[in-house]
Write a protein that binds this ligand. Structure first.
Ligand code: NAP
Length: 260
């Protein structure tokens, strides 16, 4: 029988800053379906917010981990192993590029900004999967979050567009390797959402309004809709889906233009 009852399942969600975070939108669905969830956060300043968000869910685990630190990832996955025994789901909702890299011209991207953006936003998925692999049970699923600027030019998204292209390609390579152990790897391409990370993109409000106007549904997708897609991809309902970039953007990415 196919069911969205995730009781007895364990998940790790990386990258929740507050209630608007897409990681939280997915975590809420996992928690509602009965999963036990561990959260990792980059810095101690985020812990009180996570404590508040997870207060009603006994059995959650909170652990600091910078996704670019091998030591932090080792400590995180040892603790998850100790407390959960194994994992059925991993959510990578982590990205960062220095603001300067998104304010200027793409051609002026510095090697340092390139390395930072690709390391935090794309390479970290590979290291997370490597650390998670021994804990992932047969039938488990890994998801991350991407954006359509990987495929088409979105002004000012700059090096982050390249990082998302790398994340999507990494998803396919990871899916190819991890499939033998019954592990699926997919990425959700979400339309623009008002989160802290989005605020650092110059001109985000214009991008947000234009995406809504262009979308066949005449609006933007919502974080809740990202959460529901996350739950689907992490559940047995998606047991035949791996290596994919799955869009939840109210259809805006299919439009080449919109005539007023
Ligand atoms: P968010 O709430 O700001 O979440 C991003 C999280 O990444 C924050 O918790 C941030 O922590 C964390 N992070 C950054 N660098 C990290 C590192 N080195 N180690 C561990 N954590 C780190 O923003 P969001 O929009 O939900 O972003 C989640 C994902 O969705 C990202 O991959 C983003 O690119 C993707 N996405 C967003 C949109 C959108 O429009 N919002 C659309 C498509 C895809 P700090 O707060 O400490 O920096």
């Amino acid at each position: 029988m196919i069911s969205l009852d995730l009781s007895g399942k364990s998940a790790l969600v990386m990258g929740v800053a507050n209630a608007r975070s897409l990681g939280w939108a997915i975590a809420e669905q996992l928690l509602a379906a009965g999963a036990r969830v561990a959260f990792s956060y980059q810095g101690e300043r985020l812990k009180p917010e996570l404590e508040k968000l997870t207060a009603g869910y006994p059995g959650t685990l909170l652990q600091q981990a910078d996704a670019t630190s091998e030591d932090d990832l080792s400590a995180l996955f040892s603790r998850v192993k100790e407390e959960f025994g194994g994992l059925d789901a991993v959510v990578h909702a982590v990205a960062y590029a220095p603001r300067e890299a998104m304010e200027g011209r793409f051609i002026d991207t510095t090697p340092q900004d390139w390395n930072t953006a690709l390391s935090v936003s794309a390479y970290s998925l590979i290291s997370v999967c490597r650390h998670a692999e021994p804990l992932l049970r047969e039938g488990s699923s890994v998801i991350s979050l991407t954006y359509h600027a990987s495929q088409k030019v979105v002004p000012k998204y700059n090096v982050m567009g390249v990082a998302k292209a790398a994340l999507e390609a990494a998803t396919r390579y990871l899916a190819a390797e991890m499939g033998a152990a019954g592990v699926r790897v997919n990425t959700i391409s979400a339309g623009p959402m008002r989160t802290i990370a989005a605020r650092s993109i110059p001109g985000f409000s214009t991008m947000y309004d234009q995406a809504a106007k262009a979308a066949p549904l005449g609006r933007n997708a919502t974080p809740r809709e990202v959460g529901k897609l996350g739950l689907f991809l992490l559940s047995d309902l998606a047991s035949g889906i791996t290596g994919q970039v799955v869009y939840v953007d109210a259809g805006s990415s299919v439009m080449a233009m919109k005539l007023e």
